[in-house]
Design a binder for this molecule. Structure first.
Ligand code: NAD
Length: 251
């Protein structure tokens, strides 16, 4: 078990990457704090407990400071410490949103969840990792932080670039405190976040032609990479961007 006795908080745990990571971390021995703005996150905690693991659900909006502070406090109250902070919750918006078509409201909401959410998780979570004597932060960025996309989502792309920059800076700040901070950069996945916008075969095909492996990734494949970053297997990695993207950034 790669995460035996560790306490891991996963945001966005109701669906997609967060759901798969919460289940995988629990199978690897972690006590899991499943956080989501949706009450469906409760089902994730119930699945872990039904399989014999330990889990606690916190309904919280990562873009709100009071909620972020409460999720960390509840993690420490439930399990006594925090070792792994997976800032994964994120939102997307319609394709073909260039500067002209992106509304101010979409820009603000995207940055509130994707960027401020990661900042607030770190603001309240890093002191908890310090109290535990060190730990791991994983921030979900995206392959779009590296590429201009043929199917633009300007606010989303800019938000993920910000997550990557924030990750690198935090990694340097905390490197001598036994706190590693890395970015997980998935490619296009078959999850709700993307598929609700790729709602026709034509739109899906337009994306698939850019992926050398010729398919969308699965959330479970990204969860495996998150486990690597969370575990001692990546003990000399900090400030890294781990691309798990079917080759899209290599093409
Ligand atoms: P998803 O939509 O399946 O899951 C996202 C979860 O985050 C949902 O359960 C949602 O309720 C939750 N959430 C949204 N806003 C929240 C908030 N304010 N506070 C708390 N929880 C909130 O999406 P996913 O594909 O699993 O995406 C997870 C992460 O991976 C996101 O950061 C996303 O940007 C990133 N990502 C996804 C893809 C992709 O193609 N799906 C590619 C690269 C990166």
């Amino acid at each position: 078990m790669q995460l035996a006795d560790k306490v891991a908080l996963v945001t966005g745990a109701a669906s997609g990457i967060g759901l798969e990571a919460a289940l995988l971390f629990a199978r690897e021995g972690a006590k899991v704090v499943a956080v989501d703005v949706s009450e469906k996150g409760q089902a994730t905690a119930e699945r872990i407990r039904a399989a014999g693991g330990q889990a606690h659900f916190v309904q919280a909006d990562v873009s709100k400071a009071a909620d972020a502070e409460r999720m960390i406090a509840e993690a420490e109250r439930a399990f006594g410490r925090l070792d792994i902070l997976f800032n994964n919750a994120g939102i997307s918006h319609a394709e073909d949103d260039d500067a002209i078509h992106t509304s101010e409201a979409v820009w603000d909401l995207t940055f509130a969840v994707n960027v401020k959410g990661v900042f607030l998780g770190c603001k309240y979570g890093i002191p908890a990792l310090r109290r535990a004597g060190g730990g791991v932060v994983i921030n979900t960025a995206s392959f779009v932080a590296f590429l201009g996309a043929a199917t633009p989502q300007l606010a989303y792309t800019a938000s993920k670039g910000a997550v990557l920059s924030m990750t690198r800076e935090l990694a340097v700040i905390h490197a001598r405190e036994n706190i590693r901070v890395n970015a997980l950069c998935p490619g296009p996945l078959q999850t709700e976040l993307l598929m609700k916008y790729l709602d026709t075969p034509e739109k899906r095909q337009r994306r698939l032609v850019h992926i050398p492996m010729g398919r969308f990734g699965q959330a479970s494949e990204i969860a495996q990479a998150a486990l690597f970053l969370a575990s001692p297997a990546s003990s000399f990695m900090t400030g890294a961007a781990l691309l798990v993207d079917g080759g899209i950034t290599a093409a």
